[in-house]
Design a protein around this ligand. Structure first.
Ligand code: SIN
Length: 556
């Protein structure tokens, strides 16, 4: 069916071939025209998709194959049009261009915010929570139906192994499924009521009735990162749409394609125009788009996942219009292995929490504290497990760890590892770049006896390096673990129940994993303390970030 589809389309579009890779490029307007629909009615599934999908128009020259090319329906580059390159970080030289995107800037952001405001009343007041819930479920189903393509897009632009990308696609869907349910709860946007109660005068006389109602915040703007190109979008947009808000998202300029595909599937699921839209900015236009999001008075809420420095900037920029702000920023997670831990469980947890996406998540463990009595056993088992990781481009069969996102990121990791070793650390596995695999690849690395003044210890690593120190007492481990300006996640391993609750209470982070390395799920409140951010995502608390409470006193 594909060659026939392409040859028919070629009457209307420029069709380009690269060896073995069919690429259809077509003007976006074509898909809404009657002619296009007539041509495409040859392909029942495609035709039904096109009749409902308002396709994104910002992608050009896609170099890889998709079963459903409509996810990234490419258009031609117009003369004089500014584009930016999307790079495959797992390519040999780390520079392979896999697509181009039209650069959207501040004026696009402003227009889209206005369109979002225009769409708000119909979405917030003209739909029921049941309708919004069904649309989120449909969106999730569309994404699952396109699992292979979604995972391929994600691996091509973020480098993560295909199996990990598939895991992220399911993780992304879990937020839509969760908030499809949450939308209906009486304390959420669904019924809107919070426990009616009796008003009390200052003298203590009961009178009338207090009624509190939850209402959608309004137009929301979100800035999402490259390390989870789909899940960080659905984690924000899912609850926003469930609450009755509209959402404008600026995806990372490094991974815009997953966002574009998500948006296309959202439209196909029935999300009306303006309710969820993207501003696909390039590196140069990102600061101005961020400023528009933060300063535009139409926007009532900003949600950001990314670095501490950018989070602080967005919070400052949002202050003049007093927006609600949610920030999920960096961490520098401690991972403590107590003497009563099950060492095998601890090793499994350590590998999972450290090497997920090559160490490039905000909740990856960074600073390992191992009790001196089990230090050598833990280290030797950890090394053996880490040496099983298969470092390879994400599309390769069996790859379990991919590249760093950019050559700059790989260079920072290399420099920190060299410094840590020069400062007395002992590299017990890894320690080098892997140019034979690709320019952005780095060996999974474990360094013991790391100095607490080394950068690899003091700063979030965002790479596949575990820095280890031994400790003697619980107090000492906690003191060093808490000696940190950030507090997103922490992990510890212990089989002593009283220690579990004691340590969990004292560790200064928003998330604590006990005897596990994976803490992420849609049903848990995810977020940090200290400079790791504000607010929570996931769980019932996640939808609260998109609601305002109005209190009414009925003096009856
Ligand atoms: C992040 O790295 O920002 C998110 C990680 C997660 O959701 O597990």
């Amino acid at each position: 069916m594909r060659p026939l589809l392409i040859s028919r389309l070629s009457r209307f579009t420029a069709v380009r071939w690269r060896p073995g890779v069919p690429v259809v490029t077509s003007p976006a307007y074509l898909f809404s025209s009657a002619v296009a629909c007539a041509v495409l009615s040859l392909h029942a599934r495609t035709a039904s998709a096109l009749s409902t999908m308002a396709l994104p128009s910002s992608v050009r020259e896609i170099s890889f194959h998709l079963n459903n090319p409509l996810l990234l329906s490419a258009t031609t580059i117009n003369p004089g049009e500014k584009t930016f390159d999307v790079i495959n970080p797992g390519s040999k030289d780390g520079k392979e261009v896999i697509a181009k995107c039209r650069v959207m800037g501040r004026s696009d952001a402003k227009n889209i915010i206005e369109a979002s405001a225009a769409a708000l009343p119909a979405w917030r007041d003209g739909t029921t929570c049941l309708h919004r819930s069904k649309i989120l479920t449909k969106w999730s189903d569309e994404i699952k139906d396109n699992m292979e393509d979604m995972a391929t897009i994600m691996t091509m632009e973020s480098g993560k192994p295909l199996a990990e990308s598939k895991g992220e696609v399911m993780y992304a869907c879990s937020f839509l499924d969760y908030y499809a349910g949450e939308a209906l709860r009486p304390t959420s946007a669904g019924g809107g009521f919070i426990a009616p109660s009796t008003f009390s005068t200052p003298e203590g006389t009961p009178r009338g009735q207090i009624i509190a109602i939850n209402e959608a915040v309004g137009v929301t703007a979100m800035v999402t990162p490259w390390n989870f190109p789909a899940a960080m979008i659905t984690r924000k947009v899912g609850p926003a749409l469930a609450a009755g808000c509209t959402a404008v998202v600026k995806p990372s300029e490094l991974t815009p394609l997953s966002a574009i595909a998500l948006c296309a599937l959202g439209k196909k699921a029935g999300i009306p125009d303006g309710v969820f839209e993207l501003v696909v900015a390039g590196t140069d236009s990102t600061p101005a788009v961020g400023e528009e999001f933060c300063s535009n008075p139409i926007v009532k809420k900003i949600s950001f996942t990314g670095s501490v420095a950018v989070g602080k900037l967005l919070a400052r920029q949002s202050a003049d219009t007093v927006k609600k702000v949610s920030l999920e920023l960096g961490g520098n997670a401690p991972f403590i292995v107590f003497d009563d831990a099950d060492v095998d469980v601890a090793v499994q947890a350590a590998v999972a929490s450290k090497f997920r996406h090559a160490g490039q998540t905000c909740v990856c463990s960074d600073r390992f504290f191992v009790h001196q009595s089990i230090h050598d056993e833990f280290v030797s088992k950890f090394v053996a497990a880490v040496e099983q990781l298969k470092v390879a481009p994400g599309m390769n069969e069996g790859a379990t760890m991919g590249p760093l996102i950019t050559s700059n990121a790989a260079e920072i990791v290399r420099a920190k590892v060299e410094e840590a070793i020069a400062e007395g650390g002992k590299c017990v596995t890894g320690g080098s770049a892997l140019p034979d695999v690709g320019a952005n690849f780095f060996q999974p690395t474990i360094i013991t006896e790391v100095d607490t003044e080394s950068r690899i210890w003091k700063e979030e690593t965002f790479g596949p390096v575990a820095a280890i120190r031994s400790f003697d007492t619980e107090e000492e481990a906690l003191e060093v673990a808490n000696d940190c300006s950030v507090g997103l996640a922490s992990y510890f391993c212990s089989q002593d129940l009283s220690r579990v609750f004691r340590v969990a209470k004292q560790v200064e982070t928003g998330i604590v994993g006990v005897n596990t390395g994976i803490i992420s799920t849609a049903s848990a409140p995810f977020g940090g303390v200290k400079e790791s951010g504000l607010g929570r995502e996931g769980s019932a608390m996640g939808i609260g970030e998109y609601l305002e409470t109005k209190y009414m006193f009925v003096n009856a």
